[in-house]
Design a protein around this ligand. Structure first.
Ligand code: C5P
Length: 264
């Protein structure tokens, strides 16, 4: 790792601004069907996780990537990352660390956060399951944090109308579910990652939620519980989460389009 000035520059406040990305990649990905852990499944021959690491390392501001591996899979993930260089012009200066994860996403993020040195002021949390987020989106999140927002989330307006229902579970699963409300669509956003945080804010959020003993699917939601303002910046359609089999088809189509565009 060398010391590019871009990766450790000063924020407007004058304090050193060093950015790390934590990538929780310890999930099984059961909704994708049987097979390897989701993050290790290939997209165009390259594991999803490698795409995600490249997406973070491709940002000039990110100097450290912490990959959170399945609890018993840290060695395998380390070997995998060593086998796939972080190709791209700037990425050779980014340090990549692998740590074992936990039973829940929240626990995995907390373990990743514990591996981030105190010199880091901005922390991104990025799902391995969003391998194709463009670097401009990453940079926009980092810029908003460095401009003073304690928590920043990329998000898009919804195309579908959303209904709140009374879920039918257990013996009643599969029955028609009564609608209990329709939130105004224009007020809703679908949130993506990387979510960006002032480091101290994210650490405080994880400490508070750990004390309350609740699981969380979203780091920004934990910060909201602290009473700290979270702001939204524009997300990107290519930052979608690979969750179901059709998402793999879409992801490979995006990669094919990028290759075709790069050819011109
Ligand atoms: O399951 P879901 O798609 O919401 O997972 C989001 C991200 O959290 C994925 O990148 C997944 O690998 C990660 N995760 C984790 N540890 C867990 C569960 C999920 O790192 N125990």
């Amino acid at each position: 790792m060398s010391a590019r000035p871009d990766r450790g520059d000063s924020a407007a406040s004058g304090r050193p601004a060093r950015t790390a990305a934590v990538i929780p990649a310890a999930g099984r990905g059961v909704r994708l069907g049987p097979g390897a852990p989701k993050a290790l499944r290939p997209l165009n021959g390259t594991p999803m996780l490698v795409h995600a690491v490249r997406a973070m390392a491709g940002s000039r501001s990110v100097s450290l990537v912490v990959v959170v591996a399945p609890p018993d899979g840290a060695d395998e993930v380390r070997r995998l990352l060593d086998a796939y260089p972080l190709s791209g012009s700037l990425t050779d200066t980014t340090e990549v660390v692998v740590v074992p994860g936990g039973e829940t996403r929240q626990e995995s993020v907390r373990k990743g956060l514990a591996a981030v040195p105190e010199t880091v002021t901005t922390v991104l949390v990025h799902d391995a399951a969003r391998p194709l987020v463009p670097v401009d989106t990453v940079d926009a999140v980092v810029a908003a944090v460095r401009d003073g927002a304690p928590a920043v989330v990329p998000a898009l307006p919804l195309s579908d109308t959303v209904k709140q229902v009374e879920p039918r579970i257990g013996e009643r699963a599969g029955e028609p579910e009564p609608v209990v409300g329709t939130p105004e669509r224009a007020l809703l956003r679908a949130v993506q990652t990387p979510q960006g945080f002032d480091r101290a804010t994210l650490v405080a959020a994880h400490e508070k939620v750990a004390l309350e003993g609740e699981g969380a699917t979203d780091d920004a939601g934990m910060v909201e519980r602290l009473g700290v303002e979270v702001v939204v910046v524009p997300g990107h359609e290519e930052a979608f989460k690979v969750t179901r089999p059709l998402d793999l088809v879409l992801a490979e189509a995006v990669l094919a389009r990028r290759r075709a565009n790069d050819g011109f």
